[in-house]
Design a protein around this ligand. Sequence first.
Ligand SMILES: Nc1ncnc2c1ncn2[C@@H]1O[C@H](COP(=O)(O)OP(=O)(O)OP(=O)(O)O)[C@@H](O)[C@H]1O
Ligand SMILES: [Mg+2]
Length: 253
Amino acid sequence: MIEAVNLTRSFGSLIAVDQLNLNIPSGEIYGFLGPNGAGKTTTIKMLTGVIAPSSGEIKIAGLDIERSKLEIKGLISVVPDEPKMYDNLKGIEFVKFIIDIYRLPPKETMSKLMNIADAFKTDYLGKYIGDYSHGMKQKLMVAIALMREPAVIFLDEPTVGLDASSAGKLKAWLRNMADKGTTVFMTTHVLEVAEKMCDRIGIIDRGRLIAEGTLSALRENFGSVESTLEELFLDITGDSSVEALAKSLQEGM
Ligand SMILES: Nc1ncnc2c1ncn2[C@@H]1O[C@H](COP(=O)(O)OP(=O)(O)OP(=O)(O)O)[C@@H](O)[C@H]1O
Ligand SMILES: [Mg+2]
């Protein structure tokens, strides 16, 4: 469902994402982890057509992003790290706006949204977005992304700003969607979230994918059976070991 081949993006002389290869099947929850500035958001922006790659290829649901951008936008939902919304709209008006631009069936979609809003206690849709807290905006973005029942959902640090109960609900909701075939691509700094939720984990550091696999495969390759993801993460992204690991990975391929 998500395929990237040698995906690269530079900003001036900085290579933010460096020859990234991804192959994520339908129904998988993929956790994209890495230190601050590693290239996670840049990757999501490329995969969702927000910014163009410097080089490399992207396919979503088998469609080339350059040729089929509009079609792809209809298949995916995105929860960005900093949601851009219209402060002078009420939440409910923003929902209607999304229903309009994506030409979703209004009644059906609205009833899905109400279900989600109920579960997430999003009971403030009558208020102006400008008056929302960060977490309230985040929750509305999540609700809108979920109501569209996309084939692929991208979430950039979705649990930031969510209270414990909402974060828990989101985890359950995503697992349920994935079980029905939705592909989930998410970044997180909360390793416990990745550990509990993700079928597979990719670790990016300085633009390069330096490890990828199920948690147990990562443990086997990089740690011990008892290692927590936190220990693995620190080991794998630890400055001194990065080069050695990258090398051993390449040799292993
Ligand atoms: N528009 C831009 N112009 C210049 N440099 C950028 C731009 N966007 C990102 N970068 C740089 O690219 C690198 C990767 O940034 P990115 O936002 O992808 O990191 P990240 O992994 O999402 O980090 P975080 O965990 O802090 O969110 C950083 O060095 C950042 O400064
Ligand atoms: Mg980011």
